[in-house]
Design a protein around this ligand. Structure first.
Ligand code: NAP
Ligand code: MG
Length: 502
């Protein structure tokens, strides 16, 4: 692990954006929070202030929901044809692509991730998602259904279903992939004709605000997308509890996911979709190609500094290869260049915030004091910023907190196993079920294990492969529903059955 040097300054375009007066986007207008309050936004690589954004709360959520309701029920949006909605989404994708470098810089400065990763993954995946959903806008179809109605033997009917937008959607997103999470949420909502109030994470509001500018530039009617920066306990909670919001889509911790369900059940029983935490098993079988599996296991946990809901945080290796693999992953971890995301040499940036750094270090202390051993890493690092060393922990026991709970940092626990049945049971022994992976040359066995995994995504001989067309979401306490793919569209539509007596 080498600390890279000072980062170069952001481009003039990015600096000009940072210096803007960042307000809320409500009804197509940039407006200050009703309270007039602001939130400081810091670069997690330095702890320095880079921008200030409006602190929206309940009063602003009320205004945004009113605007979204008005846009859903009247004006230009419901009059647009599916083809016109698709064109708007495609135009948004084009604009995002044209501004890729600037948005990648904003994401890097705000979240800490390497600029090159944001430019190669986060922004292109968001562009692709909008294009994928643009195509769906014209393909949201019902069915014609032959019916029998036994108690009306002489009657004839024509029955069909319509898929209609669910309505005003509240969306709450986290800080680990700020732009991409906004795209995953907005894409299906806009393709189906919903209107949105998006509450972005307090730590990383900037790329969504830039996206909001591009949404207005693309020509979406006012009020279709409203963006609120603010805290979860105030703005987020008000959105989840709002009586005039038809659906709430949330990504974040399981703990807050449960609060969202409670808020919905105590208000208007709005529909809920949840994408929550994970503690994903990454399994290396004895016949695996270790040349692939060792770097694969390192990527599974260290990508995005381990701040991935699907991070491969529990590594299972057969006893015969355990030492070789655990040490191989630790060797790779030691070589990772840690530094500011804006430095082109950086491979791993800081944790998103001091709070997240403290949380991850708390888990490291707990694991080490419970008797685990660090093959590498094990503590925070760097003079400024919220850096944590990539860490491989061994000598763990199943009841340890580091095995049970989501750490959400660059920390993997490596555990050995002897037989496959025991392995499957241990891999599934988690309240979470977001992702899993298996590395093997025996593809038949790979399929069999994939079927046995209680997880929404299983990768075989790869990890962290995402695509706009692949549904993503969790079993068990990792969530409700799926994002991306055509499955996401069902969760943004209601089915209406219409029957006509002929
Ligand atoms: P979090 O608290 O669940 O935050 C996610 C989003 O929910 C943020 O926009 C947050 O607002 C908002 N929020 C917080 N409390 C809320 C409430 N009572 N009602 C409505 N919205 C609320 O996650 P975090 O604190 O940022 O991170 C904590 C842990 O969550 C992490 O360590 C990790 O385990 C997990 N996590 C999972 C994912 C994932 O992709 N599945 C992503 C991030 C975090 P603020 O702006 O105030 O934070
Ligand atoms: Mg938070």
């Amino acid at each position: 692990m080498i600390l890279t040097s000072e980062a170069p300054a952001a481009s003039g375009k990015t600096q000009a954006f940072l210096q803007q007066d960042h307000q809320l986007l409500i009804d197509g207008q940039n407006v200050a929070a009703v309270s007039g309050k602001k939130i400081d936004v810091v670069d997690p690589a330095t702890g320095q202030l880079i921008a200030r954004v409006a602190e929206g709360d309940k009063a602003d959520i009320d205004k945004a929901v009113t605007a979204a309701r008005r846009a859903f029920e009247g004006g230009a949006w419901p009059k647009l044809t599916p083809s016109e909605r698709g064109k708007l989404l495609w135009r948004l994708a084009d604009l995002l692509e044209e501004n890729l470098d600037e948005v990648a810089e904003i994401e890097s400065l705000d979240n800490g991730k390497p600029r090159a990763v944001a430019a190669a993954a986060d922004v292109p995946l968001a562009v692709d998602l909008f294009r994928y959903m643009a195509g769906w806008a014209t393909k949201i179809e019902g069915n014609t259904i032959p019916i029998s109605v036994p108690y009306m033997p002489d009657a004839e009917f024509h029955s069909y279903t319509l898929r209609e937008p669910v309505g005003v959607v509240g969306q709450i997103i986290p800080w680990n992939f700020p732009l991409l999470m906004a795209a995953w949420k907005l894409g299906p909502a806009l393709a189906t004709g919903c209107t949105v109030v998006l509450k972005v994470a307090e730590e990383t509001p900037l790329s969504a605000l830039r996206l909001g500018q591009l949404i207005q530039e693309a020509g979406f009617p006012n009020g279709v997308v409203n963006i609120i920066t603010g805290y979860g306990e105030t703005a987020g909670a008000a959105l989840a509890a709002h009586g005039d919001v038809d659906k709430c889509a949330f990504t974040g911790s399981t703990e807050v996911g449960k609060l969202i369900v409670k808020a919905a059940s105590e208000s208007n029983l709005k529909k809920i979709t949840l994408e929550l935490g994970g503690k994903s098993p990454n399994i290396i079988l004895p016949d695996a190609d270790l040349e692939l599996a060792i770097p694969g296991a390192a990527n599974a946990i260290f990508f995005n500094h381990g701040q991935c809901c699907c991070a491969g945080s529990r590594l299972f290796v057969h006893r015969d290869q355990f030492e070789k693999v655990a040490e191989g992953v630790a060797e790779l971890a030691k070589q990772i260049k840690i530094g500011a995301g804006m430095n082109p040499e950086t491979e791993m940036g800081p944790m998103v915030s001091q709070i997240q750094q403290d949380r991850v270090c708390g888990y490291l202390e707990s694991g080490l004091s419970d008797g685990a051993t660090a093959l590498c890493g094990g503590q925070k690092t760097g003079e400024n910023g919220y850096f944590v060393e990539p860490t491989v922990l061994v000598n763990t026991r199943p009841e340890m907190k580091i095995i049970q709970e989501e750490i959400f940092g660059p920390v993997v626990t490596a555990v050995s196993y002897d037989d496959t049945d025991q392995l499957i049971a241990s891999a599934n022994d988690s309240p979470y079920g977001l992702a899993a992976a298996v590395w093997t040359r025996d593809i038949s066995l790979g399929h069999k294990i994939a079927k046995k995994m209680r997880a929404g995504t299983v990768w075989v001989n790869c990890y962290n492969v995402f695509d706009a067309s692949l549904p993503f979401g969790g079993y068990k306490q990792s969530g409700w529903g799926r994002e991306m793919g055509h499955e996401a569209l069902n969760l943004y539509t209601e089915t209406k059955a219409i029957t006509i007596q002929l």
